[in-house]
Design a protein around this ligand. Structure first.
Ligand SMILES: [Zn+2]
Length: 323
């Protein structure tokens, strides 16, 4: 099962479908945009013009590549209340590929994978670099053993604030597919028990050995507390009546560096600082009811104007501020 049909998901799904993986489930909440075509290799201009759901467009393309396997698209937003139903169906997936672009879903997936004992291959790419880690529940560290909490929103670059070099995404997707093939072939002994990262611009590579990184005090795999599945950390989306906007409240207190955020959002055009808020017109975002504008407060709360669609607003929040 591949969660996230962006650049990583496209690369991994293509390789696994061609390898003849018998059953592929593709999960994604987004639709294809023109700017995706730079790196999301399962989509073409027709998909972007139609605004096709990514999971469905990817399934259509992969069925043309290999008609002998079962491909199931799920166009849905993974959230605490539906995550286990989506990620742990019958028959159970042999491996989960985390190809998402936000920390909220990543930690949700880590909870679900550990709770149900399903291997998880985490991958990420932003700017010119990438990162990869395979979680084997019960046999090694989980994501929270290594990164106990998600980073505060606005502190990490995202693909929308920093851009992404397409070859970096292709490499991570290919590495994820290789890890999945090892797991599906029953060759877990050749998995790499490490956090691997690289940067294509500085030509650097790191490998952090995780053989002894499992923590007894990990809230997830140590204590069995699945805080993300329980929804305690989920940002709330509230439609603000009559304003054509949606308010996003983070699930926990956060302190945003608005100056740093303004700097990262500068490619969208000039932002306006007013006290503890930053207002930014998102010129790269396709308009909905009107142009999309983001007002961010230093406590992490944000108002997304120009839409009344909570899923759209949550997506904007994830992409520009981070989860
Ligand atoms: Zn853990």
């Amino acid at each position: 099962m591949i969660i996230g049909c962006g650049a990583l998901g496209c690369a991994a799904a293509d390789l696994l479908a061609r390898a003849g993986v018998g059953r592929l489930t593709l999960v994604d909440r987004d639709t294809v945009e023109w700017t995706n075509l730079q790196r999301q290799t399962l989509f073409d201009e027709r998909d972007a013009a139609a605004g096709a759901p990514k999971a469905e467009a990817a399934a259509r393309r992969l069925r043309a590549v290999n008609s002998s396997i079962v491909i199931e698209p799920i166009a849905d937003d993974l959230a605490p209340d539906n995550a286990e139903a989506i990620v742990v169906p019958e028959p159970r997936p042999g491996v989960l590929l985390d190809c998402t672009d936000n920390f909220e879903t990543r930690y949700l997936l880590n909870d679900a994978a550990v709770k149900h004992g399903i291997p998880l291959v985490y991958g990420g790419a932003v700017a010119t670099g990438g990162v990869l880690m395979t979680v084997r529940p019960g046999a090694g560290p989980c994501l929270r053993c290594v990164f106990p909490d998600p980073p505060a929103p606005g502190t990490m670059p995202t693909c929308d604030s920093a851009g992404v070099l397409a070859p970096a995404t292709a490499i991570v997707g290919a590495l994820q597919a290789a890890e999945a093939m090892k797991i599906l072939a029953g060759r877990e002994e050749v998995l790499d028990p490490a956090l691997r990262s690289f940067d294509l611009w500085s030509n650097s590579r790191q490998r952090l050995d995780l053989a002894h990184a499992r923590r007894a005090d990990c809230p997830c795999c140590g204590a069995g507390r699945y805080e993300f599945l329980q929804g305690r950390q989920r940002p709330e989306a509230t439609v603000l009546c009559g304003r054509g906007s949606v308010q996003i409240s983070p699930g926990r207190a956060r302190a945003l560096d608005l100056d740093a955020l303004a700097e990262r959002l500068r490619p969208q055009g000039p932002g306006r600082r007013a006290g503890s808020s930053l207002r930014q017109r998102l010129t790269h975002e396709p308009p909905d009811a009107g142009p999309i504008e983001l007002t961010v407060f230093s406590d992490g709360r944000a108002i997304v104007s120009g839409t009344t669609d909570p899923a759209r607003a949550r997506g904007v929040y994830h992409r520009y501020i981070g989860a």
